[in-house]
Write a protein that binds this ligand. Sequence first.
Ligand code: GBH
Length: 468
Amino acid sequence: MEHVPTRLCWGAGTAAYQIEGGWQADGKGASIWDTFTHEGGRVFGEQNGDEACRSYELWDEDLKCIQTLGLTHYRLSLSWARLLPDGNTRHVNQKGVEYYNKVIDDLLACNVSPMVTLYHFDLPQALQDQGGWKSAGTATLFDSYAKFCFHTFGDRVKLWITINEPYVCAKLGHEDGIHAPGLKEPGTAAYLVGHNMLRAHAMAWHSYDSLYRAQQEGAVSLAINSDWLEPLNAGCTEDIAATERLLAFTLGWFAWPVFVTGDYPEVMRSAIDAQSEKSGCSSRLPSFSKDEPAILGTADFFALNYYTSRKMKQGGGCGEKLCMKSDRDAGEVLDPSWLICGVSWLAVVPQGLRKLLKYIKNNFNNPAVYVTENGFSQVGPLQTEDVQRAEFYKDTIAEVAKALQEDGVNVRGYFAWSLLDNFEWADGFSVRFGLFHVDFADAKRKRTLYRSGREYAKIISKNRCGQS
Ligand code: GBH
């Protein structure tokens, strides 16, 4: 791909806990990731985000990186507990407000637009102590936090993501227990958590819509992650059904209520209900109340995090027990032709993104779409001449261009994940997703441009707004 003849936004993303460090600096409250990592036995090498990239102190260095790449947009997340140490608005940490004000002002001064995520996995521990996302009240507290952020930063921030990947928070945090808060309550908690996150998102969207939109003129959505899925055997009815089921349990779980019906996909509900009936328990997938703000229509654009693809076949339960795996009854297979790079789950399939974008156009009413995350990881010895990752970005962006030009998908922007090597959750610092390498052994956390970053910068400079 040499030329994308449109005014696409070109960005890169990060998340507060993965880069900031300063976990106790200047009055910040603890988050569930502080607790989870400090408990031990959870993360590769017992690592944690206490210091990470030290972006809380070294924001100026990040800004230089952003300028080196020539980004038009930078996606960051706010640490809820840095702004509101107890999770509620009774106590505001002014130092936290000052930090994000500076970040936002500096970006704008450099002609870079911020896309701000309110929640990227780091619930204030104080709220976890009151039940966390399993508690209905957390949605109301999230809404207050969101209003606080719209009020404080919305004069300058025009692109908002309420919640990043509710799927990951719900499943990895409450079903598998491999993310904070580390709960393993298979087949129940994740559905409840997903439900409360959708309620939280919808409340925040309605707050923006009624209180801030007229004046601030921004847009609000939630970031939904999904793999692209295809039947293992294209002609096999069971494989096709398994594909539909897993799509409903991943993309559909959050996109269907928001973009299509205001409720969960029928395939998802009936699969869960069937399993519930077998084991004689009541339904585990909550229903939306008519007395609460509607879920349908609460996204001003589609924010998609895409990393990989899978082939699907029937099966994959977990024995007699209730669990999400048996509810889904869908097994994932990797195509042997796909390259696995870095982490084991990341099969490199750029074409999957084009197909997923087309699917979103056709199934979710042709929304404006931002690819809010997409990336490629490196493990083992450091390679700053990361030729494969550079190729990956070129190939992927070419697929985005085809989605735009040939399939007529309303793509508005592309955000690489990530600006920096950072704290990769349960994998600690062993997995590197950055366009810049970060030397975690160096107190100054020296940032070094990877070859992939250099190539991405070239793609951007050829295609930046106004230059095509
Ligand atoms: C993103 O999630 C996150 O938003 C971002 O913070 C993170 O740094 C980035 O990915 C890279 O990982 O069950 O262990 O086999 C991406 C979506 C969905 C990818 C869950 C990994 C399963 C891993 N993720 N998936 S595992």
